[in-house]
Design a protein around this ligand. Structure first.
Ligand SMILES: C[S@@+](CC[C@H](N)C(=O)[O-])C[C@H]1O[C@@H](n2cnc3c(N)ncnc32)[C@H](O)[C@@H]1O
Length: 311
């Protein structure tokens, strides 16, 4: 997808403020920090240039992930009943902008500890909403909302901090908690470890997992959102390819008990002349189904299905 024009224009404007002589080194330093220091709970955004680079080079991807994912979840029957949002680690505002572009009249409360990220968000949003300066590791959140979101935040934390912060997020949610993060095996493993804590507070995972206990061994699930690269994004990343595929993983927790009766195709379908092989995850576990051409209707349906779609 393309970022909406109003947001691209604003991002281009903040990009004009960066010191272009330091562009390459700032981009490299930030990428290195995210590679080497994530998972330590340290603040990875050191100054204004870092937060501009984040807005230019990461925000289009995180916005696209949230926008695509929430649209999909609404189509699957979730999240149509929300009026208020608490977004933590709100950064430059991906969740705020994506949800504002989907819903009318949502009530937002944003929480972020880094002043440089808040400053850039204020520029992108024309100061339309006040961000609470809050360190999730030290401060409480004394309010509640229908949905609590954390997008690309929990993977920055150590295991102990992640559990502690997640507990706070559950406590201030009236209906849902949505965690979105990088599509790596480590994130997959770390996020699934949050399940027991969620269960102990009356929440259960309603998407994307269908099984109570994940049966995958030495394997993991991953989702994709394609994002077109704007001119400034190409410049910031010294890239030439006109798009990027952002890989992510997410968990949607709900307080309401939801009966999960669909299957999700978790691997790319293998299409042969007379047979389609689908690996699906359902209440009965992960299985490989072979649909032959003899079963006309099923074969026709299976031919159209894509990875991560439900059937
Ligand atoms: C990778 S950015 C994600 C920003 C935004 N949520 C997005 O999806 O684009 C992570 C954000 O979480 C914030 N963050 C990390 N640890 C935090 C903490 N302990 N308290 C508050 N914010 C935190 C960082 O300052 C940063 O803005």
């Amino acid at each position: 997808m393309n970022l909406p024009k109003y947001l691209t224009d604003k991002i281009n404007l903040v990009f004009s403020e960066i010191n272009k002589n330091k562009l390459k080194s700032t981009q490299k330093n930030l990428t290195d920090k995210y590679k080497n220091k994530t998972g330590t709970s340290k603040d990875l955004i050191s100054d204004k240039d870092d937060s501009i680079i984040y807005a230019v080079s990461r925000m289009p991807a995180t916005y696209s992930v949230i926008y695509t994912l929430v649209k999909t979840l609404i189509n699957q029957g979730f999240l149509s009943d929300i009026n208020s949002v608490i977004d933590v680690g709100s950064g430059t505002g991906s969740v705020f902008f994506a949800l504002s572009d989907i819903y009318d009249n949502l009530n937002f409360e944003l929480f972020e500890r880094n002043k440089n990220m808040i400053d850039i968000f204020n520029k992108l949003s024309d100061n339309s909403i006040n961000v609470n300066r809050n360190d999730l590791l030290k401060d409480e959140i004394n309010s509640s909302a229908d949905i609590v979101t954390a997008s690309y935040v929990l993977s920055e934390m150590s295991e102990v901090d992640r559990q502690r912060v997640f507990s706070k997020l559950l406590d201030c949610s009236k209906k849902y908690v949505l965690i979105v993060d990088t599509g790596t095996p480590t994130t997959y493993e770390n996020l699934l470890k949050l399940k027991d804590l969620a269960n102990s507070k009356g929440f259960s995972i309603v998407a994307p997992c269908k099984c109570n206990v994940c049966p995958l061994k030495n394997d993991y699930c991953q989702f994709f959102a394609r994002v077109e690269r704007s001119r400034v994004l190409l410049q910031a990343k010294s890239a030439t390819l006109s798009y990027e595929d952002e890989k992510y993983f997410y968990l949607l927790f709900s307080k309401e008990n939801v009966v999960v009766d669909k299957k999700r195709v978790i691997r790319r379908p293998i299409i042969k002349e007379n047979e389609i092989e689908l690996t699906t995850c359902s209440r009965n576990g992960v299985i490989i189904e072979k649909i032959t051409k003899k079963n006309k209707e099923e074969f026709k349906k299976a031919k159209k299905i894509k990875i991560n779609e439900e059937m």
